[in-house]
Design a protein around this ligand. Sequence first.
Ligand code: C2O
Ligand code: CU
Ligand code: CU
Length: 487
Amino acid sequence: MISRRRFIQTGLVLAALPKQMVWASAKVFRNTFRVPKLELGKRVGKDVYFDLSIQSGKSAILPNKITPTLGINQDFLGVTLFANQGDKVHISVKNTIDQTTTLHWHGMKLPAKADGGPHQPIAPNQTWQTKFDIIQSAATLWYHSHQLHKTAKQVYHGLAGLFIIGDDESKKLNLPSEYGVDDLPVIIQDRDFKRNGSFAYLGSMMDSMRGMKGNTVLVNGVVNPVLKAKKSLLRLRLLNGSNARTYHLSFNDNRMFAIIGSDGGLLEHSIKANTLRLAPAERVEILMDVSDGGHPMLQHTAVQESSMGGMGMMNGMMGGEQDMDIFQIDASSALKSTSNLPKTLVKHNNPQQSLVSKQRRLVLQMQMGPRMMFGGNAFSINGKTMDINRIDEVVKAGSTEIWHLENTSMMAHPLHIHNVQFKVIARKGGVKGHELGFKDVVLVHPRERVSVIMKFPEFRDATTPYMYHCHILEHEDRGMMGQFVVI
Ligand code: C2O
Ligand code: CU
Ligand code: CU
């Protein structure tokens, strides 16, 4: 909660004090790292049955305060779902809250009717039954509310969780894979609070314009937790579950780690890095060696994602960026791991340029003026704001396409496409890091054009659309979303 900048200032003051006092002030987080419960469902052969309940709850997030929250099978956020490639999942979602909502399986290749987007609303007291086959490789996916114009608020209050997919190929790699022990979910979300402990949402015009950013970072629903590492090699499944903030992550001791996975699953080769950019909805899996027994802190370094650089107050308002500490690892009692940090991971079945049958352009725009200032649909794609009764694009099942994402606005937008995992083939400065892997969301900077290639799965439905949209959830809710059908 204390920003690093503030901490450094405090540090300077403390430098003049006797040594013991300085030691006493050395930053150590105290909240216990929470691992969301793992839900394996009821298994009958390859059929797996999940019973989910969308519920409201009360959570102790701040000291001596109670925060009203939303969750799935728990008070705040969702349980972690797990299934294997080749399974058929049957999911029953009961809505026990007093507002209509949905659950969307983000990153999943599946029939449009099972997608859980705005076309599958669940009214209060209703239950939605859905089923689909897991046809894709091991990956860290997630699920969240996708209620039209209400997604941002519902996710902010807690309607989001992880959906992990396993497969045989990844099992052979001997990666750390004991959930909660050396295979750890890390859902990063920023929030603001009111004095009474409840979440503060959209306090200002800027919050709804740049997307809601909070001053407090939570990891799996806990403020600045410390993880007691049990093993010397850890696999972190990082999810940026924030509404709007893009994180620039590194450890405070600048240690190296290996990036092994992106949105769509494992990379072909692990990549050594000491920093990492994580836009809203992106996932990255990293392996880190903590055999030194240290206390590394994961931190976010402020970088402006708008093109308002140097424009003083406007820049500050648009960016709303500050350095933040996220969570700490205490590796003092970690035991030696027997898992691997492999160089070579899995083989990708890449979409082929020679098979591209169509190219499309999506132009991401913001309309400045009264609409922007006073709410309403001020964000658009190709000049159109979201209309649930309009199909924007028609795609052939099984075809390979290139989409060019062009940002003409002054803010960066993380563009997400349902039902596919794409490869980024061109962007300013080249494609690197986790963006070399399969992705379902990609950050497009102001005045940038990012090109992605993808092969659409063989699900046909001429009437039920999938979505593509900015994953700054306030932008999605305010119009930056379009619909496509696959036929
Ligand atoms: Cu993460 Cu359309 O969603
Ligand atoms: Cu999605
Ligand atoms: Cu956006």
